[in-house]
Design a binder for this molecule. Sequence first.
Ligand code: NCD
Length: 309
Amino acid sequence: MVNAETFKGRNIISMREFDRAEIDFVLDTADDMVKLEQERSDLLKGKVLAALFFEPSTRTRLSFESAMNRLGGSVIGFATPAGSSVEKGESLADTIRTVSQYSDIIAMRHPDEESSRMAAKVASVPVINGGSGPWEHPTQALLDLHTIRTAKGTIDGLNIALAGDLKFGRTTHSLAVALRNFDVKCHFVSPDSLKMRQDVIDDVEGKLDYTETEDLKSILPEMDIVYATRIQKERFSDPADYERLKDAYLIDKEFLRGAKEDMKLMHPLPRINEISTDVDDTPHALYFKQMRHGIYLRMALLALVLGAV
Ligand code: NCD
């Protein structure tokens, strides 16, 4: 039986470690946080979150910080390794061992795929993966699911397109793996050279009903959710490849003609060229609300892992 105890002291590293009942429980707890957020709760009073960001972040870092503050806890950490002993050459393992002494929980982002798993091994407090290179971004997947469930009332039964950079985009990796727990039809939409990572395909095979295509327009009329993503410039070894692919999908109001009236467009943000601002005031735009769910979801995770709910 899944209950709050299931999450106490647990590392949140990968969506591969979540089953359906656990996902549902986290989303239900995030529902409860919508109310708590307005009341300014003291649920995590006296607890310290260390937010360690070795890669750029706006939403993930600030929503973790805001979530902790809103539950009465406090936050230490850094937004860039510059200025920390990492600059002097300290290893990630030693940084994590150190920060474990000063905090009750660590949320981290790092360019190395193995970073959060390795950190969890050496940390004496729970570790939450806020983005591990191109590999995974599990808290984003959970907030994406919470956004979809809130907007649509259900996740099961939906037609969902994940579009853009499926090779390097960690949000799509975590979301695809999470969706294998649901009765959805998933469409992986990307240029041929940015197709969904093979390890994700292997992990969803036989569990998730999916198709692969380069053509977003042709499947658009059936979609309930289109989840657009940024081409991950920082992961390309050849800048010419990025230049060639950066405008692969440009979604504007005109492009969305033919979409279902209640089709919702999502994006983990930042958007570069993927979604034109002329979509922002249409009923399709869900990407700003999506950010808001980051607060509820991260409040829920912090409270669950710290054993406060
Ligand atoms: C994403 C990330 O960092 O993976 N942003 C986020 O966390 N909301 C997406 C991206 O950078 O493209």
